[in-house]
Design a protein around this ligand. Structure first.
Ligand SMILES: NC(=O)c1ccc[n+]([C@@H]2O[C@H](COP(=O)([O-])OP(=O)(O)OC[C@H]3O[C@@H](n4cnc5c(N)ncnc54)[C@H](OP(=O)(O)O)[C@@H]3O)[C@@H](O)[C@H]2O)c1
Length: 341
């Protein structure tokens, strides 16, 4: 099978297409023929070992986790003898887990992992980018923000993978949503349910006063210190990206002047919790409350180009890498980047 793998840390060019033996599923594993996976900023961080701390997980001198790719969407090709919940031919989607490995034609996942059957009729390719964004946005919006009807929620980086899902979830929980992004992402943000839009190049949202119950910085480009004044008393600032400022705030009581702040690490949640949330995602997809947002698709052979594009930090929604098995039907279907749905 073909995999996108790297032998050393570095720029996008270190990722090359290699041939590997197709894995054989263990007793409790499912072999998935992957149709699509995604490239994210987290993949780029792993690829180049920046920040340095990545080396503690991925290998000190060279990558032990050499096939990246967290999300997978595909079709079950084989199951281990103890597997009861999946059968050959099932269409599935989810997260490959801590060892990644989704950027390959086949991947073995634990039956008890963060994987569910795909909703009937749902195109697999856009799902190849959705789990990552959804499994991040959902715990932030529901568990940390505790968003409820009538809350005023601001999403910074509203066009990002995580931001695009966060808008939809905040709306689903009944909030009045303000999206912050570059002007070119306004149409998308409003199509996803944003009530208000701030062009971040024209207005600094941190200058608003006592306006929001929740500020969710999906791209971690702001800070609690600068954003706190825009929160209502008792409001919470949430960020996806670690910084000394948010660590210090969390170590010293988690709030200043009644304006709370938190970083959550959603990737570290138990697999069973993620799986439960993927079941909820399926229901949301079927209701039309959440839809995937695909910025661009790249064939596996152009994986380095996908990394380069993701690193521009300009994308809207997900960059999906399509495996050879799914390329031909895609062309027949005339699939094109779906931004506004
Ligand atoms: N904490 C966790 O557990 C966790 C889990 C997963 C990911 N993450 C992190 O979450 C972050 C976001 O990931 P993602 O994949 O959603 O990002 P992404 O899709 O790659 O973000 C691209 C977006 O960033 C926006 N952007 C760029 N510079 C900006 C700025 N200065 N201010 C506001 N927006 C800006 C751009 O929008 P505009 O051009 O419209 O401004 C673009 O739409 C990453 O750093 C990732 O590592 C954290």
């Amino acid at each position: 099978m073909k995999v996108a793998a790297q032998r050393r840390y570095g720029g996008p060019e270190v990722i090359t297409i290699q041939e590997r033996p197709t894995p054989v599923p263990g007793d409790d594993e499912v072999l998935v023929q992957v149709h699509a996976s995604t490239v994210t900023l987290a993949d780029c961080a792993f690829r180049k070992a920046d920040p340095f701390i990545v080396r503690l997980f991925a290998g000190l001198f060279r990558p032990k986790i050499d096939v990246l790719g967290d999300d997978i969407a595909g079709v079950v090709a084989a199951v281990g003898p103890k597997v009861t919940q999946f059968s050959v031919g099932d269409r599935v989607h989810g997260s490959a887990g801590a060892n990644l490995g989704g950027m390959a034609e086949y991947a073995c996942l634990k039956e008890a992992g963060a994987m569910v059957k795909a909703p009937p009729g749902q195109d697999l390719v856009p799902l190849g980018g959705l789990s990552y964004a959804y499994l991040t946005a959902m715990p932030f919006i529901r568990d940390e923000g505790k968003v409820k009807p009538g809350d005023r929620v601001l999403i910074n980086g509203a066009g990002s993978s995580i931001g695009a899902v966060a808008i939809q979830l905040a709306r689903y929980f009944g909030a009045e949503v303000t999206a912050v992004a570059s002007a070119r992402h306004e149409t998308l943000a409003r199509a996803l349910g944003a009530d208000h839009f701030i062009d971040r190049h024209a207005e600094d949202f941190t200058r608003r006063r006592d306006s929001f119950d929740v500020i969710f910085d999906a791209v971690g480009k702001s800070s609690h210190a600068r954003s706190a004044a825009a929160l209502k008393q008792g409001g919470i600032y949430l960020t996806t990206v670690p910084s000394w400022g948010i660590f210090w705030l969390m170590l010293t009581g988690g709030q200043r002047g009644g304006k709370r702040g938190k970083l959550a690490t959603t990737g570290l949640r138990p697999e069973l919790d993620k799986r439960g949330d993927l079941e909820i995602l399926n229901a949301l997809l079927e209701q039309g409350a959440v839809r995937p947002v695909t910025d661009r698709t790249f064939p596996l052979a152009r994986i380095a180009e996908a990394h380069r594009y993701v690193e521009t930090e300009t994308k809207a929604g997900d960059v999906v890498v399509v495996m050879p098995v799914a390329e031909a039907p895609l062309r027949l279907a005339g699939h094109a980047a779906d931004i506004a749905g």
